[in-house]
Design a protein around this ligand. Sequence first.
Ligand SMILES: NC(=O)c1ccc[n+]([C@@H]2O[C@H](COP(=O)([O-])OP(=O)(O)OC[C@H]3O[C@@H](n4cnc5c(N)ncnc54)[C@H](OP(=O)(O)O)[C@@H]3O)[C@@H](O)[C@H]2O)c1
Length: 279
Amino acid sequence: MAWTILQPFPYDFDIPDTTTKSILRTDGVRVTLRNILSVVSISTAFTQLNCEGSLLSVTMPHKEAALACSDEVDPIAKYIGAVNTLIKRPSDGKLIGYNTDYTGAISAIETTLQGSSGKVSAGSPLADKVFVVLGAGGAGKALAYGAKEKGARVVIANRTYERAKELANLVGGQAISLADLENFHPEEGMILANTTSIGMHPNIHDTPLSKQALKSYALVFDAIYNPVVTRLLREAEELGVTIVTGMEMFIRQAMGQFELFTGLPAPEKLMRDTLLSVQ
Ligand SMILES: NC(=O)c1ccc[n+]([C@@H]2O[C@H](COP(=O)([O-])OP(=O)(O)OC[C@H]3O[C@@H](n4cnc5c(N)ncnc54)[C@H](OP(=O)(O)O)[C@@H]3O)[C@@H](O)[C@H]2O)c1
């Protein structure tokens, strides 16, 4: 089986346009990463680039375009309004859109919370927690949806307040301005999820929230995976706050893609080792 991942993302890994890179091989499955910097139309990318296989892994800023060009959309991806996975259905060649970002991020946060509390609880450790989502783009929508689904009390803070309001209305949460986030501490033990690109390479000295403000949080997650430990995460760690990296989300969303595409359990160790080795 051949599986081509098209990664329409100009910021990652410094791979030149349309370069093909074999990233992992398992018995019977060949996986190739092709970086495409200038996609005129995602829907024609499979044919234009003559790819083997039929999975398109979509990253920022193409997730809304991917939704628009899907022939069918999984109901959760439709609700979130962003598609990060396009699979060409073998029976009729139609493009089916999915979102594996929300499960990747939420499962990474849940697993870390369970590990740090040492408690095994029946429900989600996110239930009834205040979960602050910073950003209201594709990743923000995925995190907000996932947290709400787990019973968290969702708060959205975004540069463009109107977008925060829109997302808060969609998931049944509260919207606050970025300025208000600095002094927002209704209770201890909150969760913070940064889904903006503030702090991403090359602007690694930037951070979306002051170190002082991080004291109210029990766990800080950053969707950025380049660098793996952003300034936000480093400062949280210095305060003794538990952190979850965007790389953990990235690995888990890729595992979700593998499982959707093959119907088989993802080779976690192989994928983890491979993705960590390309940094
Ligand atoms: N780890 C993973 O697997 C994974 C998966 C998906 C995304 N990500 C990461 O998540 C980040 C966002 O991706 P996305 O797809 O959600 O992007 P997006 O849809 O373009 O949304 C970007 C968000 O960041 C905000 N923002 C951007 N620049 C800002 C600035 N200078 N100051 C304040 N706010 C700013 C935007 O606010 P406005 O609404 O005001 O424009 C918007 O809410 C990227 O770093 C991406 O790499 C990681």
